[in-house]
Design a binder for this molecule. Structure first.
Ligand code: FE2
Ligand code: FE2
Length: 403
């Protein structure tokens, strides 16, 4: 088995020593290399490939941000984690070069888990086709900061709507989207909501978290020369899938997870369209013309599907592995190992297929995996789900007319 290679950079020898001690147990499966400065790190990276780099921000000479900027340029497939003191938090905000942030001091378990997850996600990159696609992006969109801020705030029991609204307001793209949605006919908005806090209270926290993830991916695509599809259309479709998935999922405590997974399930399409706009446009056309599922044509023409690419991106962003898995398997739920996410996977898979079927007819090439639903004990739900999807679609059409 291949050992994962992890590079640590910190100008404090005592910190490197502590890291070495904490990660001692991992030495059989992880190959750990320690360096005291940026130049040393670049030398190591030039010598042999690494999976993950964990680096301090404040260092004499080349600081962490410049180092990670270089790594992003020269070794785009290495996952970049910042491990820094809380005083640097403001600097961190503006840093677009890291996939993930950890505060110092960092719990040993958090550190191990974060690196482990980064390695697992990096494992998805073992597909050479995926590597090629991701390598083509001049940068992988980095984790939207607003998402983490919201997640942290929402986890506090005493958080107020005003605080949530303040976080949203620090993010212009989010603010626009939140106001737009809260005032859309799709949400049955009778009164205009002009303040962000009114909009936030109206939309709910699950939706906000999902939005924080998608809004920035979309803004990355807006600059792409030939978008293969309408962004508005795609966003409407995702929202429908998310709402349906939330209503399908049986254990109610997993409903918000189903919503988030539904909202981001096709995020890989945006990544593919950004990485190779012309070729992806052809793929979309070919799928439409031949009546085959888009992911099948992607696999054939690009060697990789939007499901794998999307899962990779979300994994790098540090989303819960349960959501990453649902995204990876949303067309092929039968391949997933049985897990507590099975119900969420069933909900997202079914919602996705129903939305496509009802909208594009059989020409979408997608079918509900009945054998999987049977095994999950959910096949009896399918007719009810179809009826719910029809109602949802009618609502979506109304919204499109009103817009
Ligand atoms: Fe999909
Ligand atoms: Fe979809």
């Amino acid at each position: 088995m291949n050992a994962y290679r992890i590079l640590f950079v910190d100008d404090e020898p005592s910190i490197l020593e502590a890291l070495r001690r904490v990660l001692h147990r991992q030495r059989r499966t992880w190959d750990l290399v320690f360096t005291l400065d940026g130049q040393g790190a670049l030398d190591e990276l030039a010598k042999a490939p690494f999976d993950v780099i964990v680096c301090d921000l404040r260092m004499p000479g080349m600081d962490g941000a410049s180092l990670l900027g270089e790594v992003k340029e020269r070794h785009p497939n290495v996952i970049r984690i910042v491990l820094s003191g809380s005083a640097d938090r403001e600097a961190v905000r503006t840093l677009a070069v890291a996939h993930q942030f950890l505060g110092k001091p960092c719990e040993a378990d958090t550190l191990r888990e974060t690196i482990e997850r980064a390695c697992q996600v990096r494992g998805l990159l073992d597909s050479s086709a995926l590597r090629e696609v991701v390598g083509r992006l001049d940068r992988l969109p980095s984790v939207p900061h607003t998402y983490w801020e919201l997640t942290r705030a929402i986890d506090r029991p005493d958080v107020s709507v005003a605080e949530i609204a303040r976080i949203v307001e620090t993010d212009p793209a989010m603010t626009v989207k939140v106001l737009q949605l809260a005032n859309s006919a799709y949400f049955g908005a009778a009164q205009r909501k002009v303040s962000v806090s009114a909009a936030v209270a109206y939309l709910g926290l699950g939706l906000l978290k999902g939005l924080a993830l998608t809004v920035h991916v979309f803004s990355a695509l807006e600059g792409a020369p030939a978008a293969a599809f309408s962004l508005e259309e795609l966003q409407r479709e995702w929202l429908m899938t998310a709402r349906l998935a939330r209503s399908f999922v049986i254990p109610r405590e997993r409903a918000e997870e189903a919503f988030t997974a539904g909202l981001v399930h096709d995020i890989g399409k945006v990544v593919l369209a950004t990485a190779q706009p012309e070729r992806y446009g052809e793929v979309v056309q070919e799928a439409r013309a031949s009546g085959r599922a888009q992911h099948v044509v992607e696999e054939e023409r690009l060697g990789v599907t939007h499901a794998a690419v999307g899962a990779y991106l979300l994994g790098v962003w540090g989303l819960p592995l349960s959501i990453v898995e649902v995204v990876a398997r949303h067309h092929t739920p039968g391949l997933a190992v049985a897990s507590p996410s099975q119900e969420v996977l069933a909900a997202v898979h079914s919602a996705d297929v129903l939305v496509h079927q009802l909208r594009d007819g059989v020409a979408c090439g997608l079918e509900v995996d009945a054998a999987f639903l049977e095994r999950a004990g959910l096949i009896g739900q399918l007719e009810g789900w179809r009826a719910a999807a029809e109602a949802e679609l009618a609502r979506g059409a109304e919204e499109a007319r009103a817009a």
